[in-house]
Design a protein around this ligand. Structure first.
Ligand SMILES: [Zn+2]
Length: 481
């Protein structure tokens, strides 16, 4: 992370904005926080640039670093920063966060150009501004696209509000009332609200929509139209923005959140967002009975991607999944692979030299750092899920961003073995095989990653008809043949 020689003349960028939510972080505070961060990094600060952004989102022609002109939000401070960086007058960039640096995706592209040319290090107080590799850059692009869209939505919302107010006086559009609310569409029907909360909780606990529908039908709970529950009605009652107290217009992919509603929410917004995100990944027929514990341990040597537990026909499998950036070229029966690797792990754990290895797996300060990074990334995943639920980003953008952060989470987990020694000690304290079977999938994953960090390559199946599971298709990685 740290570059060999820290910058001595870094430019520090702060920003005044008319965004009410940002008032709390005044320019002074931003600068203090940045300087504190600089001290910690042993960076020297040269020029401090204050961007006055209170008239943002007005575009004008500006001169770009390469000499051409282009249409940009006018931000003289930001232009000054680019100039300092590209001319070599500054040898680092420090800002409060990504938001303070670039709201307009084109600004970000200009910055990326300069950084790629000059290799100047970039740092931020919150850690959100990272441009040191391709994954960071993609992530920054997505985050700026989200921020930019929400700014534009805010201004659009103001106009739309007037239309809304006009229509509010008219009697409601008739039709069937929404589940959870009385015919006035505002009074909460408590026993229905309880069902909505139950559905949300069970979905977040990884129960399938099918299981939940079957259970409600068995208990004689009816939908708003008096019929049985289906996966479609289950999905619909928990994903409508109205249950989170949000007013929306349009339907499906054209749906837009207009703002807070006048009626009370049944689910708090965070829960609703999580449920929407969860169902979004399920909707495309993928997974999602967490966790296939070999996630992160199986690899496709031909393309280099990791295999992911996937619903398969006729049985669950680990697959080089195309929706997650794999090539689709290899899959292996999940139960068979887990059984074989379980056998190998138990075998390893019966060997005395493993005990020695375990003692080496002590937690340290790097563990603490990895933990902090992991917490950040998990928070970011949550925010992206929220942005998707509010339709600030498309499903494709959400999945793309998610893929990147999840890969980082995987790395952090692999590094962070603090939990593994505890689990392993428990495992070794008695009958290993019995303890092993009691472990949660996530714990099994910790153990496997601690003992066999490189994982296994999954080789292609032999040609021919249906045959039994072939353990020879799993080959330890990092071992020369
Ligand atoms: Zn592949």
């Amino acid at each position: 992370m740290a570059v060999s020689t820290p910058p001595r003349q870094a430019v520090l960028l702060t920003r005044i904005s008319d965004d009410k939510a940002e008032d709390a972080k005044g320019v002074g505070r931003q600068e203090d926080d940045c300087r504190e961060r600089a001290d910690r990094l042993h960076w020297g600060i040269g020029e401090v640039v204050v961007e006055n952004d209170t008239s943002a989102f007005k575009r004008r022609k500006v001169k770009l670093p390469d000499g051409t002109t282009g249409l940009r939000v006018v931000r003289p401070g930001f232009r000054r920063v680019l100039e300092l960086l590209s001319s070599g007058q500054a040898d680092g960039l420090l800002a409060y966060d990504l938001d303070r640096v670039a709201r307009d995706p084109r600004d970000l592209e200009d910055l990326i150009d300069v950084i790629e040319q000059t290799k100047i290090p970039v740092e931020s107080v919150t850690g959100s501004l990272r441009l040191s590799n391709d994954a960071d850059i993609t992530m920054a692009r997505v985050m700026v696209a989200i921020a930019n869209k929400s700014s534009r939505d805010t201004s659009r919302r103001v106009t739309r509000k007037h239309e809304q107010l006009a229509s509010e006086g008219k009697p409601g559009g008739g039709g069937i009332r929404p589940y959870g609310y009385a015919a006035d569409r505002a009074t909460v029907i408590e026993h229905e609200a309880a069902i909505i909360r139950e559905i949300a909780r069970r979905l977040l606990d990884d129960e399938s929509m099918y299981e939940i529908a079957a259970d409600l039908n068995e208990r004689g709970v009816l939908t708003v139209s008096g019929s049985d529950w289906s996966t479609r009605t289950i999905r619909s009652v928990v994903t409508k923005p109205r249950v989170a107290g949000l007013r929306s217009t349009g339907r499906d992919s054209a749906m837009q959140i207009v703002g807070p509603a006048t009626w009370p929410a049944i689910l708090d917004q965070e829960t609703w967002e999580e449920v929407c995100a969860k169902l979004a990944t399920r909707g495309i027929g993928s997974k999602n009975k967490l966790i296939r514990w070999l996630n992160g341990s199986l690899w496709h040597p031909a393309c280099g991607a990791g295999l992911i537990g996937w619903q398969g026909n006729p049985a669950p499998r680990y697959w080089c999944a195309t929706p997650r950036g794999g090539c689709g070229g290899v899959a292996i029966n999940a139960a068979g692979a887990e059984q074989e690797i379980e056998r190998q792990i138990l075998d390893l754990l019966s060997k005395p030299r493993i005990l020695e290895q375990l003692r080496g797996l002590a937690g340290s300060s790097s563990t603490r750092e990895a933990r902090a990074a992991l917490a950040d990334d998990e928070q970011q995943l949550k925010e992206m899920a929220g942005a998707y639920a509010r339709r600030q980003i498309t499903f494709a953008e959400y999945m793309e961003a998610r893929k990147i952060v999840e890969a980082r989470v995987r790395d952090a987990r692999a590094m962070m073995l603090a939990a593994a020694p505890r689990i392993l000690r428990g495992l070794l304290s008695g009958d290993v095989a019995v303890h092993w079977r009691d472990l949660e999938p996530t714990e099994k994953r910790e153990v496997v990653m601690a003992l066999v960090p490189d994982g296994w390559d999954v080789l292609p199946a032999q040609q021919g008809g249906r045959r039994a599971f072939d353990p020879a298709r799993l080959r330890l990685r990092g071992v020369d043949k």
